[in-house]
Design a protein around this ligand. Structure first.
Ligand SMILES: Nc1nc2c(c(=O)[nH]1)N[C@@H](CN(C=O)c1ccc(C(=O)N[C@@H](CCC(=O)O)C(=O)O)cc1)CN2
Length: 350
């Protein structure tokens, strides 16, 4: 993980102070009736988490992990239908450059996900000090390989590489990440269709659809304007006929804008930035942030929190994605979906 931060969105809560190890917290969870608020001490500072009884909390939760599993099951059926009908197995190639642990984990998870649905996976690993030309050579090899239907260059790339050059080199027909400027350009234009839509924003919209959240005519706010998530998420919401506002680092009084929103998609990478007071009652919240915060009690020494202070926001919102288990698993499910779509298109298989 790139950075470790500690963050606390509990300053206004009156909480029961309990020191827990993992086993005792599990026992407490099982015994909990109604709302139980725990406050644990981490590195001398305070951090709180709320645990509510299953029925009170669970109907608010947008369960990305469960939806992703359903989608993988749907893909499995399609992959085997394709194999049986025309003898073609969809193939995904992943290029990983450098030694980032988080990137290596994501690539490993992508490979596992491919195996689980019957998609063939190909992988190239290049050293941190590889040249841009070496990456280009791998991209070009996969562009020409007929058993590869999707190509993905894991981001971020080492800083000495020109990300734009490399992403531009991926064949638009195999651009399952949807980052090629032609695909993004088509996404932005009315009446044009991209061949692929970026996986994380596509996963956000898929969650809204599968939870029957109305988007048409709603006020949507996207927090963050990255090429990977914020910008394409805003374009997708606009294509769904939402009225969209983008909040970014120079936006003044962001909370006044979010308070008007029926739907918020947050993708800034700032732990717990969006507080309960920023949320309109009944809003639907999609949290893309996956931020590590220090936690000596967690097996990895840190735990993951979103951009949205879950404890506060879940009291105000009508629905919210958790972190982990919300948008993250959808990113990989959408990658599998894009790879299947690509193979079907290339082989003209309906
Ligand atoms: N070429 C790309 N690079 C990157 C993308 C991308 O879509 N294409 N997105 C992110 C990383 N990413 C996939 O690559 C990714 C991140 C997180 C998850 C996920 O499932 N997270 C879990 C938690 C995982 C954990 O416990 O550590 C969750 O949220 O539940 C999947 C994919 C940047 N790079």
């Amino acid at each position: 993980m790139a950075s470790m931060m500690f963050t606390d969105c509990s300053s206004s809560t009156t909480s029961l102070l309990i020191h827990l190890n993992r086993r005792s917290s599990t026992t407490l969870l099982r015994q909990s009736v109604g709302q139980l608020r725990l406050r644990t001490t981490v590195s001398g500072r305070a951090c709180s988490l709320s645990i509510r009884s299953a029925d009170a909390a669970s109907d608010k939760v947008i369960d990305g992990k469960a939806v992703a599993k359903t989608i993988r099951d749907e893909i499995t059926v399609e992959v085997s239908r394709m194999k049986e009908s025309i003898g073609v197995v969809p193939g995904l190639a992943v290029i990983l450059v450098g030694d980032r642990k988080d990137s290596a984990t994501y690539v490993r998870n992508k490979k596992k996900a491919c195996e689980s649905v019957g998609i063939q996976s190909f992988e190239v690993r290049l050293a941190e000090d590889s040249s841009e030309e070496e990456v280009m050579k791998s991209v070009s090899g996969f562009n020409d390989d007929p058993s590869v239907h999707g190509i993905l260059v894991q981001l971020p790339l080492p800083s000495h590489m020109d990300e734009q050059n490399i992403l531009n080199a991926v064949s638009i027909e195999k651009d399952v990440d949807g980052f090629h400027p032609l695909n993004i350009g088509r996404l932005a234009m009315r009446g044009r269709e991209p061949l692929f839509v970026p996986c994380t924003p596509k996963g956000c919209i898929e969650l809204l659809h599968r939870y029957n959240v109305d988007i048409k005519g709603k006020r949507a706010v996207v927090i963050g304007r990255s090429n990977i998530v914020g910008m394409p998420a805003a374009l997708l919401l606009q294509r769904e006929d939402a009225t969209v506002t983008i909040i970014h680092s120079r936006t003044k009084n962001p909370e006044e804008i979010t308070r008007e929103a029926d739907i918020i998609i947050s993708a800034v990478g700032q732990p717990n930035m969006v507080r309960g007071s920023w949320i309109k009652p009944g809003a639907v919240l999609i949290d893309v942030g996956i931020n590590p915060v220090e936690d000596p009690d967690a097996p990895r020494g840190y735990r993951l929190v979103g951009d949205i202070c879950y404890e506060e926001a879940s009291k105000v919102a009508s629905a919210i994605t958790p972190v982990p288990g919300g948008v993250g698993p959808m990113t990989i499910a959408m990658l599998l979906s894009n790879t299947l779509t690509s193979a079907k298109r290339i082989h003209n298989f309906q």
